[in-house]
Design a protein around this ligand. Structure first.
Ligand SMILES: *Cc1c(COP(=O)(O)O)cnc(C)c1O
Length: 427
C-alpha cells in the first residue's frame, strides 16, 4: 500500500490510462447503418473505413477486420505462404518455422505466429526507441540464417528504427510484417507506420488512438494479398451459387456498425495525437528535475503518435522491488522509489497507470522460446539477472519503467495532480 507523507485528493471520476473519446459523428454513422438495415459485415461504413485508412496511412489497399489481431493472423498466414508455400489443410503456413518477433510488445503481436504453427524467436530491445534492436536482429540471423519472416511492433506509438531493421531484413532476404496497432498516425522520415512491411496492421481496439470499440485493418500495397484477406476473412467462399470452399476460411470481417464508429473517429485522429503530445510534453517538462526520463523519441527520424506516456526511473533512484509471476513487493527508501510505488500512488488518487508491457521472453507461455540479445546468450543473461547479474534491455525497461495516465481527456489540473503524486514518491 502506498502511504505517502502528503495527502492528495482523489479524483471523483477516474482518470484513465487511455479511454475512448467519442465526438458525435460516430453515432450518426451507426444510426445510418441501423436505419438502412446494413447491420452485417457489408455496407457503406466498411467501404469508407477502408478508403479512409488508405487515405490517412498512404497504402494502396485496406481490408477492415474484426480486430488488429485478425489482421496479424492473416499477415502471418500470407507471410508463411510467401516464404514457404501453401500449407496442407490442417497445417499452419508457418508450421515448424521460426519467426523473429519484437520482444517488448503486447502478446497479440506474436500469438498469430503460433496460430500458424510457427515458433516466435524474441529479439531484444534497444534503449533509443524501446523497439526491436537491429544489432540483436543481425545476431539472430547469424544464429538462424534460414528465417524468412520478421514481425516488428512500434511500442507505445513510437516508430522503431525502421531503416536499420529493414537493412538487416533485406540483407537476409526476409520479409517484414509490421504491427502498427499502437502507432497509427506516427511517421518515420515523414512516412506513416503501417506502410513499411509487406503486410501491416492497425487496430481500433477501445484503448487505441482512435477506436471502433473493436476492429482493425489489414494494410498492404499488394492487391493479390488484399483480395486473399478479403476472401479468407469472410469464410473463404468461392464464387458459386452455393457455399463452395477451396481454402480454409475465417470469420474476421468488420461489422458495418463498428465501422460506423471508426468512420466517425478518423477525422479526429490528428486532434487525438495533438492532445496526447501535449500530455507527453507536460510530463516531460514537469518531471525533468527528477532522476527519471520519459519513453525516448528519436526526433531526427520520428514523429510518434504519443499514444502512451511512460517513465523510466534512473538506476540510482530505484528502491528494491521484487516481482514474482503474479505479485510484487518493494522496500521504500528515502529519496528512492520504484514503478510499483508510483503505480500505487497513482491508483490512490483514482487514476490509472500500468506496468510496462512484460516482455514476451519473460512470459510463462513463451519461456522456452529462443531469446536473442546483442551480446552473449539471451536466456542465460535473463536467468543471471534473477541471481543479481545484468539484465537484458527488455527486462530492464520492464523493471524500471511504467505507463502513466495518458488519456486525451485528462485536464491540465488533473495531470498536475498526477505529477505531484509522482513527485511525492521521490521524497
Ligand atoms: C492492441 C494491439 C494489438 C491487437 O489489436 P486488437 O485490435 O486489440 O486485436 C496488436 N498489437 C499490439 C502491439 C497492440 O497494442
Amino acid at each position: 500500500m502506498f502511504t505517502g507523507k502528503r495527502e492528495f485528493e482523489k479524483f471523483e471520476s477516474k482518470v484513465w490510462l487511455s479511454s475512448p473519446t467519442m465526438h458525435g459523428p460516430e453515432m450518426e454513422y451507426v444510426k445510418e447503418a441501423y436505419e438502412t438495415n446494413w447491420m452485417s459485415t457489408v455496407g457503406k461504413n466498411i467501404d469508407e473505413v477502408e478508403r479512409l485508412a488508405c487515405e490517412h496511412i498512404g497504402c494502396k489497399f485496406a481490408v477492415a477486420l474484426s480486430a488488429g489481431t485478425a489482421s496479424l493472423h492473416m499477415s502471418m498466414k500470407l507471410a508463411g505462404i510467401a516464404a514457404y508455400g501453401m500449407p496442407k489443410v490442417g497445417h499452419g503456413a508457418l508450421e515448424g518455422k521460426k519467426v523473429f518477433c519484437s520482444d517488448m510488445t503486447f502478446d497479440a503481436t506474436v500469438n498469430p505466429v503460433v496460430y500458424e504453427g510457427g515458433e516466435p524467436v524474441f529479439i531484444d530491445t534497444e534503449y533509443d526507441t524501446w523497439n526491436m534492436d537491429p544489432a540483436a536482429l543481425e545476431k539472430a540471423f547469424e544464429i538462424y540464417p534460414d528465417v524468412k519472416v520478421v514481425v516488428v511492433a512500434h511500442l507505445y506509438g513510437t516508430p522503431a528504427k525502421i531503416d536499420e531493421l529493414n537493412a538487416v531484413i533485406k540483407k537476409h532476404g526476409a520479409l517484414l510484417v509490421e504491427d502498427a496497432a499502437e502507432s497509427m498516425g506516427a511517421t518515420y522520415k515523414g512516412v506513416q507506420t503501417g506502410t513499411f512491411g509487406k503486410y501491416n496492421t492497425i487496430s481500433f481496439n477501445g484503448n487505441k488512438i482512435i477506436t471502433g470499440s473493436s476492429g482493425g485493418c489489414f494494410l498492404t500495397d499488394d492487391e493479390d494479398a488484399a483480395n486473399k484477406v478479403r476472401k479468407w476473412s469472410t469464410q473463404a467462399r468461392e464464387n458459386a451459387a452455393w457455399y463452395q470452399h477451396e481454402e480454409l476460411g475465417y470469420n474476421y470481417r468488420m461489422s458495418n456498425v463498428v465501422a460506423g464508429i471508426v468512420r466517425g473517429q478518423f477525422p479526429y485522429l490528428k486532434q487525438h495525437i495533438a492532445q496526447k503530445k501535449a500530455v507527453y510534453e507536460r510530463y516531460k517538462e514537469r518531471l525533468k528535475d527528477l532522476p527519471v526520463f520519459m519513453n525516448p523519441i528519436d526526433y531526427e527520424t520520428s514523429e510518434p503518435n504519443y499514444w502512451l506516456s511512460c517513465l523510466m526511473i534512473n538506476k540510482e533512484a530505484m528502491c528494491n522491488q521484487v516481482r514474482g509471476e503474479q505479485d510484487v513487493c518493494y522496500i521504500k527508501e528515502q529519496g528512492k522509489t520504484c514503478p510499483t510505488e508510483i503505480l500505487e500512488a497513482i491508483a490512490s488518487i483514482n487514476a490509472e497507470g500500468r506496468p510496462i508491457w512484460k516482455p514476451m521472453h519473460m512470459q510463462p507461455i513463451y519461456r522456452s522460446n529462443p531469446f536473442i540479445v546483442r551480446e552473449g546468450n539471451g536466456r542465460a543473461r535473463s536467468n543471471a539477472y534473477m541471481e543479481g547479474g545484468a539484465a537484458d534491455i527488455g527486462m530492464d525497461i520492464f523493471t524500471r519503467g511504467l505507463c502513466l495516465p495518458s488519456d486525451n481527456k485528462m485536464t491540465v489540473e488533473q495531470q498536475e495532480r498526477v505529477i505531484e503524486v509522482i513527485r511525492s514518491c521521490f521524497e
